[in-house]
Design a protein around this ligand. Structure first.
Ligand SMILES: Nc1ncnc2c1ncn2[C@@H]1O[C@H](COP(=O)(O)OP(=O)(O)OP(=O)(O)O)[C@@H](O)[C@H]1O
Ligand SMILES: [Mg+2]
Length: 320
């Protein structure tokens, strides 16, 4: 059996949007509303869904940049759901976040190599020569050999993302949460960064939670893919299976824009009608029912349970 690097159970993250006289929340954005999934060691789990479905919030809650409202986060066999911030150092070493905008995550006034040395120092590498050596090694690994003594503005966007990746790798992480890591880059550069992430994963035995709008990239990179809609995971399956046989009406529509998705010879784009409902007051029963052409009365009354359709393919829909 493969070891799980991450297991998430019934994870919820609500943001208060209205408060009463005493500062207590009275209305909440239910950004993540009860999600379950795991990531095996060495695996890439893709996470897709329309804007606002809760992907970033899921990532940031797992890495404890946000405190979960409910649920459990088991990382590398340890329950980190309620670990206090000051005791999270070990977790922060082993779980890293790479997000869309590399400029925002680098200090403009520090040479990039020095910034990474600081990370190493904080995490216990007190010997300067050893730190320097590690920085050279990291820059070599991400294809920036000899560029350690530059400032962030001296790099191109793609190179900056390489620097961020080097920093994420500095303290030997097990899991990297990649939140739209290539969306801000030129298309011509995207493939290079994707390939770098893939080769580093294989070389260092990493696992990724890979969040992206770009379904082609997700299909190419992921071992399994989870589809999120309005704070819930509606379907999760091995990537190839999901793109070939999406089961949930939402997945079918979402994936219909990618060629090769869905069965049958004639693949038509499915246009989703209507607006995404508010996550403050999501529809009763199945959240997708207001936009689903198969919806029945049952869908508005009862929330569908998750069913297994076969080899690691799970869907939450009354049609099954
Ligand atoms: N700090 C916050 N306070 C209040 N609401 C928030 C906060 N952060 C996120 N939200 C809301 O939570 C919901 C989910 O947001 P999130 O950023 O996780 O979505 P996403 O799937 O990452 O979207 P995108 O694809 O646009 O990045 C949205 O309705 C968003 O407005
Ligand atoms: Mg996001």
């Amino acid at each position: 059996m493969t070891a799980k690097v991450l297991e998430v159970q019934n994870l919820k993250k609500y943001f208060p949007v209205k408060t009463n006289l005493f500062g207590r929340g009275t209305e909440f954005v239910k950004a993540v509303d009860g999600v379950d999934f795991h990531i095996n060691s060495g695996e890439i789990l893709g996470l897709v869904g329309e804007s606002g479905s809760g992907k970033t919030t899921t990532g940031r809650t797992i890495i404890r940049l946000l405190d979960p409202t409910e649920g459990e986060i088991i990382f590398d066999g340890q329950d980190i759901t309620n670990t206090r911030k000051k005791d999270l150092r070990k977790t922060y070493e082993q779980m890293q976040l790479v997000f869309q905008d590399p400029f925002a995550s680098l200090n403009p006034r520090k040479k990039v190599g020095n910034a990474i040395e600081e990370v190493l120092y904080v995490h216990g590498m007190k010997d300067r020569a050893q730190r320097r050596e590690r920085v050279f090694e990291l820059f070599d690994m991400v294809g920036l050999r000899g560029e350690e003594d530059k400032y962030p503005h001296e790099f191109s966007g793609g190179q900056r993302q390489r620097v961020v990746i080097a920093r994420a790798l500095a303290v030997d992480p097990k899991l990297i949460i990649c939140d739209e890591p290539v969306s801000a880059l030129d298309v011509s550069i995207q493939a290079q960064i994707i390939n770098l992430l893939m080769s580093l994963k294989n070389r260092l035995g990493l696992s990724y939670l890979f969040i992206s709008h770009d379904l082609r990239v997700v299909k190419y990179m992921s071992d399994r893919v989870a589809v999120m809609y309005l704070g819930k995971i509606v379907e999760i399956a091995p990537a190839e299976e999901l793109f070939k046989n999406p089961a949930h009406p939402y997945s079918k529509a979402l994936l219909s824009v990618v060629s090769g998705a869905g069965s049958g010879r004639k693949k038509k784009k499915i246009i989703l009608e209507g607006e995404v409902p508010s996550p403050v007051d999501p529809p009763s029963g199945c959240r997708f029912r207001t936009r689903c052409k198969y919806a029945t009365e049952l869908c508005s009354e009862i929330e569908p349970q998750t069913k297994c359709l076969g080899d690691e393919h799970y869907v939450s829909c009354h049609l099954y």
